[in-house]
Design a binder for this molecule. Structure first.
Ligand SMILES: Nc1ncnc2c1ncn2[C@@H]1O[C@H](COP(=O)(O)OP(=O)(O)OP(=O)(O)O)[C@@H](O)[C@H]1O
Ligand SMILES: [Mg+2]
Length: 262
């Protein structure tokens, strides 16, 4: 199963991605992919040392594409680099066994419209390999701008989760993402409502989502344990009493039983 998690800044994408990755890795092999420019998925997975993102591995990019990152426009490089070994060799083992690995992609400074730079080609190839070729569950922590998923990769994503919180702003972003997602060929979209404080908030968001024709996969209460985990640099699973954790476990179940409407 390939899951992409997106939504407006600060709604809880990384918390959900990291926690889901841990939960699902109790029964399956999981690749957690940090594809957000902010790159803090590692932190929510309890890893606090610096991980060099693939996009900054100049030697690797040169070796695989045949061109220096940021090299002059027009330089010839391989547009189909061989990267099939990289998901395993470049990922960080989050648990001692092989059940949970983290890959930090990083982002590419775009050198103008339509620039196909070597780093971008490498990252896209890597993303394609993970989504199309891997048997593992893949969880992508992404920014709201999802355009950098190529069409063939997007079509192979089983479900894109848009995280929203009570309020119109993240719902407006959700609407925009829904349109973008359809444009690039994402087949299934479901929403997770995060930071819910009471029934009224949940109903407010649910009504709006109905109007937008967006299906709800689950909701997560506002929970101080999430903040505590962040302050203590721990994972949410270290707080068994956390109500947010309980909800994310349910969302994990819902995902495994997920049957798209179309
Ligand atoms: N259910 C929750 N209850 C309380 N606080 C939460 C909850 N979910 C997330 N938070 C807090 O909200 C903040 C943003 O969460 P997170 O980093 O997961 O969001 P994000 O969407 O990945 O943000 P960004 O867009 O910056 O990558 C964090 O400080 C986190 O601790
Ligand atoms: Mg994040």
């Amino acid at each position: 199963m390939k899951i992409a998690i997106t939504g407006k800044g600060g709604v809880g994408k990384t918390t959900l991605s990291g926690t889901l990755a841990f939960i699902l890795s109790q029964a399956y092999k999981v690749f957690a992919i940090d594809a957000d420019p902010d790159m803090n998925l590692a932190s929510s997975m309890g890893i606090h040392y610096k991980i060099t993102p693939i996009s900054k591995m100049r030697d690797l990019i040169k070796e695989r594409t045949g061109a220096e990152p940021g090299s002059a426009f027009g330089e010839v490089f391989k547009i189909n680099p061989n990267i099939s070994d990289l998901p395993d060799s470049m990922s960080v083992k989050v648990k001692d066994d092989d059940t949970l690995k983290l890959l930090v992609m990083g982002t590419i400074d775009k050198g103008g419209d339509g620039c196909i730079c070597p780093a971008s080609v490498l990252l896209k190839a890597l993303m394609r390999n993970l989504i199309l070729k891997k048997d593992e569950i893949v969880i992508l922590d992404m920014e709201a701008g999802i355009e950098h998923l190529g069409r063939r990769t997007a079509e192979a994503v089983d479900v894109m989760i848009i995280v929203v919180e009570p309020g119109l702003k993240s719902l407006e972003t959700a609407e925009r993402i829904k349109r973008l997602a359809a444009d690039i060929g994402i087949r299934n979209i479901a929403v997770v409502i995060n930071k819910v404080s009471n029934k009224a908030e949940e109903e407010f968001v649910t009504d709006k989502l109905n109007e937008l024709g967006l299906e709800v996969l689950g909701s997560i209460p506002r929970d101080d344990n999430v903040i505590l985990a962040d302050m203590e640099g721990k994972i949410l699973l270290d707080y068994p009493e956390s109500v947010a954790l309980k909800s994310i476990k349910e969302i994990g179940e819902n995902l495994l039983n997920y049957n798209p409407r179309n």
